[in-house]
Every structure is written in structure tokens, then in C-alpha cells.
Write a protein that binds this ligand. Structure first.
Ligand SMILES: Cc1cc2nc3c(=O)[nH]c(=O)nc-3n(C[C@H](O)[C@H](O)[C@H](O)COP(=O)(O)OP(=O)(O)OC[C@H]3O[C@@H](n4cnc5c(N)ncnc54)[C@H](O)[C@@H]3O)c2cc1C
Length: 380
């Protein structure tokens, strides 16, 4: 057992950290206030290999490991969780689904443009009335000759407005329950597909989130992604990997909040001394640093097991559950340690506090993670 990162991984961490500090940190609040993903950042993220982190070199990807992926997502989230979410959703949902279950022709068609950051990927599972109970979706894909016609709408879709390629999950045979659900891959601009309401969000505001609507959207047979009827089962496998990414995002966000709190505690003076001299503040810092290390270990372990080819349903959910709840506490304590200055936008505390809530909700809420873990423990 070796808990150290390799020299290459340490270099990767330093490289992404320096990039995030130089290219992202100065603009974080401007992107947050304008609620726009900065498209001019895409080529820069792609130049570092961050738009195709775990995908094969033959498609232009960086062919990095799942542990490397965690390092990248973590370092982006330490500075801007919303940009990290963009990169995680693009890599871990849309692109992953195509790489895992696409035909050779689909991989050759879509992956090169996704992994080089030419287009952003969107992934549509959630609907207005089907969130945690995703299998209760209403969007249908009905046979039409040898193709399909999609009708329905997807909610809360990351890159719903600005994505170039989308994976959409739809019911193809309602009588078969979750075995009657299939996945489709299509390009934005396809007739019958349109972006609906763009969400005005509490946090993660630089990440694009919107509704996507399908109205008699006709697709040829080449758009079916994976086997007919396997879409929901494949989705659960995509989420097993995706949740490791959200866990890494939570660890990075917690680290950013903890560092901001530590820095402020050393600068801010009350009663004639830095507030870092008070035991109440020291214990908050100590507890957060300890919890973040534990969350990082759970996350890297899930990633390591994924790299070994193991199924990680339980480990991914444990990492996502724990890391996201650790991040919520770190962001809360960050605001508390900043006092009134934690409540205003001149310091990073309030943004971490707003952004963090997404990690206990996206890719399955904390309640759903507990349900997944319990089912695994009980062999259900
Ligand atoms: C910023 C953002 C980006 C997103 N990006 C995407 C995306 O790219 N693609 C996509 O498909 N989706 C995306 N989502 C959707 C996200 O995955 C869902 O919001 C999430 O799964 C929860 O679904 P819901 O919002 O409908 O909540 P609900 O399922 O309605 O849950 C409401 C509450 O009930 C609880 N609950 C529900 N069922 C149970 C149960 N069985 N036991 C105990 N408690 C339960 C939940 O934990 C929660 O507390 C995004 C969401 C957000 C906010």
C-alpha cells in the first residue's frame, strides 16, 4: 500500500493549480455575477488536456487515470467550483457515456470534438417530475421506421444551452420499466431539439444549466447509444464513475474554503491578537483539515479501485456522500471564521457557501447516496 502520489501526479497537481490561480482566480466573481460560462476558457482547458482527461489518445484524449482525474477536478474546484463542475459534467457524464457504451462509429464521430474542447457535452437524465426517481421519466423515443422520434423535456441540464453534443435518456418501452429505457446521442441544432429556460441559480452560476426540450425530434438509427433497453442500466454505471468526480469537486471546494479561512484567521486581529490564536478558531481549522484528508482518501480509493477495473458503486457513493457533507461544513466554517466579511462578496467565503450546496444534490442527493450504500450493504 502506498498513499503517496507519483512525481507525475504531483506535477499534474502543480500544473492545474498554477493554471487555476493564474487564469481563473482573477475572474471568478465576474463569471459568477454574469452567470455565463467563459467560452474563451475552453481552448485553455483543452490545451492542458482537461476536456478529455480519461479518454484514449487515439481520439485526442489525455489517457489519464481516475486518480489523475480527481486531482484535476479538485484543483479546479479549489479556485472555482463552477468551472470544475463544467469540466466534470463534460468529462464524467456525456463524454464518458459515449466512450463507455458508444459504437466505434459514434466514438469516432463525437469523441474527437468533445475531448479537444471543440464542443461541450451535455447529459440529460433528470426531468421536472423525475429527479431522484429518474426511471420515472416521461420523455419517450418512439420507433419511426428504422429510427426514432423523441418527445419530452429534460430539466437542470448542465450545458443545456451551450453544449454541442448531448446524450439524452428516454423511455423506449414503458411496459419493461427500467429495462425499457434507452440512451441517444445527438447534436445541438438537431431539428426538434431546443434549449428551454436557463436556470437562475444560488451557486455554480458560471456553469450553464437549462431545460432541454424535444418536440418531434427525429433521429436515425445511428443515434441509439448502447443497446436498446440498456440506457438506464448504463446510466447507473456512468454515475458510479461520475460520482467520484463530484466527490473530488467537493474535496477541492472544501480545500479552497479551508485555505481561505486559515489565511483570514492569521490576518484578522481582535482583542489585540490574530483570531487564529483563539482555540475556537484553531479547532475549526483542525477539524476541517482532518475531515478533508479523510474525504480525499475515500475519493482517491474509489478512483484507485476504478483504475483497477473494479465495480465501485458502494465506494463512489460513500466518497460522494462524505466529501460533499465535509465540503458543506468547510464552507460554513469559512463564512463563520470570516465573521461579517464572510457575508459579503469581497472575500471568497460567500461564494464557496453558495456553490457548495450543489454537491449534496447533483448526481444523486445525499439521501440517495445513503440509499445506494445501504442497498449495497444489505445485498439488495
Ligand atoms: C446545478 C445543477 C446541475 C445539474 N446537472 C444535471 C445534468 O447535467 N444532467 C441531469 O440529468 N441532471 C442534472 N441535475 C439534476 C440533479 O441530478 C437532480 O437535481 C437531483 O438528482 C435531485 O433530483 P430533484 O432535484 O428532482 O430532487 P427530488 O428527487 O425531487 O428530491 C427532493 C428531496 O427528496 C429527497 N428524496 C427523494 N427520493 C428519496 C428517497 N427515496 N428517500 C429519501 N429521500 C428522497 C431528496 O434527497 C431531496 O432531498 C443538475 C442539478 C443541478 C441543481
Amino acid at each position: 500500500m502506498d498513499f503517496r502520489l507519483s512525481e507525475e501526479q504531483e506535477l499534474l497537481r502543480r500544473t492545474v493549480r498554477e493554471f487555476a490561480d493564474a487564469e481563473m482566480r482573477p475572474h471568478v466573481m465576474e463569471w459568477d455575477e454574469s452567470q455565463h460560462f467563459p467560452m474563451d476558457l475552453l481552448p485553455k482547458l483543452a490545451a492542458l488536456g482537461l476536456m478529455g482527461i480519461q479518454f484514449p489518445e487515439e481520439y485526442g484524449g489525455s489517457a489519464m487515470s481516475a486518480v489523475d482525474y480527481c486531482i484535476c477536478i479538485e484543483e479546479l474546484a479549489r479556485v472555482c467550483p463552477a468551472i470544475s463542475l463544467t469540466v466534470a459534467a463534460h468529462n464524467g457524464l456525456c463524454t464518458s457515456h459515449i466512450a463507455m457504451f458508444g459504437s466505434l462509429a459514434q466514438k469516432q464521430k463525437y469523441l474527437p470534438r468533445l475531448v479537444t474542447g471543440e464542443v461541450l457535452g451535455a447529459w440529460g437524465l433528470t426531468e421536472a417530475s423525475a429527479g431522484s426517481d429518474a426511471a420515472g421519466m416521461r420523455t419517450t423515443a418512439v420507433r419511426d421506421g428504422d429510427g426514432w422520434v423523441l418527445n419530452g423535456s429534460k430539466n437542470f441540464i448542465t450545458h443545456g444551452t451551450i453544449g454541442g453534443v448531448m446524450v439524452a435518456i428516454a423511455v423506449t418501452d414503458r411496459s419493461k420499466g427500467h429495462r425499457g429505457i434507452s440512451a441517444f446521442v445527438l447534436e445541438h441544432g438537431t431539428t426538434g431539439m431546443s434549449a428551454g429556460k436557463k436556470e437562475n441559480k444560488l451557486g455554480m452560476r458560471a456553469s450553464d444549466t437549462s431545460e432541454v426540450i424535444f418536440q418531434d425530434c427525429r433521429l436515425g438509427p445511428e443515434h441509439l447509444l448502447g443497446e436498446e433497453g440498456q440506457g438506464f442500466i448504463n446510466t447507473l454505471q456512468v454515475l458510479d464513475a461520475g460520482r467520484i468526480g463530484i466527490a473530488a469537486l467537493a474535496v477541492g471546494l472544501a480545500q479552497g474554503a479551508y485555505e481561505a479561512a486559515r489565511r483570514y484567521a492569521k490576518e484578522r486581529r481582535q482583542f489585540g491578537q490574530p483570531i487564529a490564536a483563539f482555540q475556537a478558531i484553531q479547532w475549526k481549522l483542525a477539524d476541517n483539515a482532518t475531515r478533508i484528508e479523510a474525504a480525499r482518501l475515500l475519493t482517491y480509493r474509489a478512483a484507485y479501485l476504478k483504475d483497477q477495473g473494479a465495480r465501485t458503486t458502494r465506494e463512489s457513493s460513500m466518497a460522494k456522500l462524505y466529501a460533499s457533507e465535509v465540503a458543506v461544513r468547510a464552507a460554513d466554517d469559512c463564512v463563520q471564521i470570516h465573521g461579517g466579511y464572510g457575508f459579503v462578496k469581497d472575500y471568497p467565503a460567500e461564494k464557496f457557501f453558495r456553490d457548495v450546496k450543489l454537491v449534496t444534490i447533483g448526481e444523486g442527493t445525499s439521501e440517495i447516496q445513503r440509499l445506494v450504500i445501504a442497498r449495497q450493504l444489505l445485498g439488495q
